[in-house]
Design a protein around this ligand. Structure first.
Ligand code: ZN
Length: 499
């Protein structure tokens, strides 16, 4: 029996290794598309990626894989923790992939590719009506997708699960309600307070690149296993655990590229520090978009926008930008990189207002799926809620309901993970500080090793072998909870804005 189980697990590993390889190849094609590929490569790349996706889907839903998993489940699995996790996660992936008819998956992909040019044109002409029928089609197909999972408590659960396994609409609704209850008054008080100092400039791009690389190396970027390139929309991608691609973007009038770099290196570190035993198993990657985003936000915000961090790095920044920062005190710099200001655009939002942009999108996605807001009324619903949550007037749809590409891709259920990232980052940050009493001193000396090691031990190494809720529970001793994030913001902004 043991021999049989061993043979079966070997057969499963061989299949998963192939699936993992196919996924990594797809990631490499995507990375290349956004960093290196000349524009003329677009159509051919689209074909190649579609073919790869089709082959991957065929293998992922191969009935022979299902039979193998059924036999392994009958035989009790055996083996160590990793083998049990391997069978459990592979079973989950297989079942979910099998639920969705190939035809529906094809329709979803087609509708998404048709919606994108319509969204671009609608944005260009500032005319929501151009995009509306395409969005309608995307939403209808997402409802049909949700119907494939009739056991869900709420149809939106099935959409969430694609990005945040096991998260439920009810849970997110509760967390976001507590979050907005805390955030709205805090932001109102800050907005009414004194204006923070403006960051002087300009900042030479090459000097920014130099500093960004130094920050990245301090966090864990290593030249033999990482690359850094430019991309219009920065992202991180893992071609392998020892081949991490981060991208960034610099502009001479701000230092946002430094924070974007720390953000992406945080994503990369998660992928880089998974347990080597999980290589080529489909488990050697981040478990969810929310946990992934917690890793990027933790380095970008909890570390990167702290006074502690800049106690070490500010003299170096002053060396590199003597004209802009030479006479600009560290305390001013710290306030200037922590400006809180209600604005219209999510991707430009600060650490405090950002989650409200996400909550608005979550509420509207839910309303679309529940059918309580018609597509035609979406811009009006958007504008009204922006006013309530952030106190801003939306002048046009380009700066409102048309600003994000996600709905053009048909991606409903993705947005919540951005705010979950903020919430989980603060929970982990609190737990790490409690576990490492000298953490501040070490970071103020430029030493990231204790924090990096703590994150590897508590989050990174598990890959997908633990579910998001298990990671949060084990690392922080409690469930998903927005309170540490609210406490963190209060503790940071009260003194900063002299509230
Ligand atoms: Zn991110």
């Amino acid at each position: 029996l043991t021999d049989d189980a061993g043979t079966l697990i070997d057969a499963l590993r061989a299949r998963l290794a192939e699936l993992d390889d196919l996924g990594r190849v797809g990631g490499l094609l995507g990375w290349d598309q956004q960093t290196m590929m000349p524009p003329g490569g677009g159509p051919a790349r689209g074909e190649a990626m579609a073919t790869l996706e089709r082959i991957t889907h065929e293998r992922a839903t191969d009935p022979a894989l299902g039979e193998l998993l059924a036999e392994l489940a009958d035989g009790g699995g055996g083996g160590g923790d990793h083998e049990a996790a391997l069978v459990r996660v592979a079973r989950r992936d297989y079942d979910r992939a099998r639920r969705v008819p190939t035809e529906l998956a094809g329709e979803m992909a087609l509708a998404a590719s048709e919606a994108q040019p319509a969204w671009l044109e609608a944005r260009e002409r500032n005319d929501f009506a151009i995009f509306a029928p395409f969005l309608e089609r995307n939403v209808e197909l997402r409802k049909r997708y949700a119907d494939c999972f009739p056991e869900s408590e709420h149809p939106y659960d099935a959409l969430l699960d694609r990005f945040e396994p096991d998260a439920t609409t009810a849970q997110i609704r509760d967390v976001f309600a507590r979050l907005s209850t805390g955030l709205v008054p805090l932001i109102e008080v800050i907005a009414a307070g004194p204006a923070p100092p403006e960051l002087p400039g300009p900042f030479a791009i090459e000097a920014q690149r130099e500093l960004a690389l130094e920050l990245a190396r301090a966090i864990g970027y290593a030249d033999d296993a990482w690359r850094m390139d430019d991309a219009v929309h920065p992202f991180a991608s893992s071609v392998a655990r020892t081949d991490i691609r981060v991208t960034t973007r610099f502009a001479s009038d701000s230092l946002t590229g430094l924070f974007a770099t720390m953000h992406e290196v945080g994503h990369g570190l998660y992928e880089h520090a998974t347990d080597p035993a999980l290589d080529r198993t489909t488990l050697g990657t981040g478990v969810s978009m929310g946990i992934h985003e917690s890793q990027s936000r933790l380095w970008e915000n909890c570390v990167g926008r702290s006074l502690t961090w800049w106690r070490h790095w500010y003299p170096r920044a002053q060396d590199l930008f003597p004209d802009a920062l030479g006479d600009f005190p560290l305390e001013y710099f710290h306030r200037a990189i922590n400006v809180v200001r209600p604005t219209l655009i999510r991707v430009e939002a600060d650490e405090a207002t950002y989650s409200l942009h996400v909550i608005l999108r979550f509420e509207l996605e839910l309303a679309l799926i529940e059918g309580t807001v018609a597509i035609v009324d979406l811009p009006e619903a958007w504008n009204a809620r922006m006013k309530e949550l952030l106190g801003v007037d939306v002048p046009d749809d380009r700066q409102g309901v048309l600003q994000d590409i996600h709905w053009a891709f048909g991606e409903l259920g993705y947005f919540p993970t951005y705010a979950l990232g903020n919430v989980v980052a603060a929970q982990l940050w609190k737990a790490a500080r409690e576990a490492l009493p000298d953490l501040d001193d070490r970071l103020a000396a430029g030493d990231c090793a204790p924090l990096r090691d703590w994150l590897r031990e508590n989050v990174h190494r598990h890959g997908r072998a633990l579910m998001p809720a298990e990671i949060i529970e084990r690392a922080t001793g409690g469930p998903l909870d927005p309170q540490p994030f609210l406490d963190y913001l209060e503790a940071k902004y009260r003194p900063l804005y002299r509230l």
